[in-house]
Design a protein around this ligand. Structure first.
Ligand SMILES: *Cc1c(COP(=O)(O)O)cnc(C)c1O
Length: 339
């Protein structure tokens, strides 16, 4: 095992869309200041500290927010709470893999709607259909493509008898949030996470935003399943992260600049790069297979995501955006491959 550590330090881990930067100083201070003796007690059932700062930050009412153990927790609860129809729920054929897993697990009928040849979500597919609910990640993953808010609104407006979930895991990297739609529609449920934009993937905190009625329904399910899902440390640190939103706005803007630079560099090498509003890009290498690039990078201790022979993604790699230094190194290494 000796010697592994220096290697690991040199490793560039850009395979799971974690934030390139550390959590804010306020988060680190909240961790250092946390009184471990408090852990004798249960965490808060209402999570009013965290929901309070989130409500202020998002300009919504606190009873429009539910927090949970990562947005996976919130999304799973939302599937359980909102999708009870015999009509299938709809989501894209290329999107966050867990939607299908939860639909299967909870025996919810579903239909995977193909993206266009350009990997775009086709709005009319969701507007003119009988369905038991809709789930859309915006920006979508792993494409990175952002769907214009007017089209999201068209989908929400056309499906007012079911719940439309908008998964905004990557909204901080250049997209436009569907939050304003909450004023007009009570069938929209937006999910967010601290994992990507707040550099807290290991803390496990996510949240959902919807009408007070939707929130009370999902809360009832949460309370009969795992009421204390946000622990004391997680609530303290996530609350500090919301307070430090200026820091995060700055680092996430920096990541977005690096992403655009990195995308241009890849295109200059002949790669196809989908237009991304996230902290990753989906790219198709030129004149060489995705697998070969993946293996070449891995040998150089650069870890990106290869989807294997998953039909539409087999020619593509998903590369998370690290720091500018890391991404410069990645471009240099990929450049070597073509020499
Ligand atoms: C990462 C991710 C999630 C899950 O986030 P957690 O809060 O870490 O559970 C949900 N949806 C999408 C699209 C993601 O990329």
């Amino acid at each position: 095992m000796a010697g592994a550590q220096p290697q690991d330090k040199k490793m560039i881990k850009i395979n799971t869309n974690e934030n390139a930067f550390p959590p804010s100083s306020g988060v680190l201070k909240a961790l250092a200041d946390f009184d471990g003796r408090e852990l004798r007690k249960y965490s808060s059932l209402e999570n009013n500290d965290l929901r309070g700062v989130l409500a202020d930050n998002l300009a919504v009412h606190q009873d429009q927010i539910i927090v949970g153990n990562g947005s996976d927790d919130i999304l799973a609860l939302a599937f359980l709470s909102f999708f009870n129809s015999t009509d299938p729920i709809l989501f894209p054929d290329t999107t966050y893999g867990f939607y299908k897993v939860w639909a299967d697990l909870f025996r919810i009928p579903f239909e995977e709607v193909p993206l266009s040849d350009e990997f775009e979500i086709v709005t009319t597919d969701y507007v003119n259909s009988v369905n038991g609910g809709i789930v859309i990640a915006n920006p979508n993953a792993p494409t990175g493509i952002f769907k214009d808010l007017s089209e999201v609104e068209a989908i929400v407006a056309a499906n007012q008898d079911v719940v439309v979930i908008i998964d905004e895991a990557y909204i901080a990297f250049g997209g436009e949030s569907a939050l304003p739609l909450l004023e007009q529609y009570d069938n929209i449920f937006i999910t967010r996470t601290f994992s990507k934009d707040a550099a807290l993937a290991g803390l496990r905190v996510g949240y959902g935003i919807g009408s007070p009625k939707l929130i009370s329904v999902i809360n009832a399910v949460k309370n009969s399943y795992n009421p204390y899902s946000v622990d004391l440390i997680a609530e303290a640190l996530a609350t500090a992260a919301v307070v430090d939103s200026a820091y995060y706005a700055q680092v996430n803007a920096e990541i977005s600049v690096t992403r655009d630079w990195f995308s241009a560099e890849l295109r200059a090498l002949g790669f196809e790069v989908l237009p991304s509003k996230t902290n990753f890009v989906l790219t198709k290498p030129a004149s060489i297979s995705a697998r070969e690039v993946f293996e070449f990078l891995q040998a150089k201790k650069i870890y990106v995501r290869y989807f294997g022979d998953k039909a539409r993604l087999s020619d593509y790699l998903r590369i998370s955006i690290g720091t500018q230094d890391e991404m410069s190194k990645v471009i240099q290494v990929i450049g070597d491959l073509f020499e």
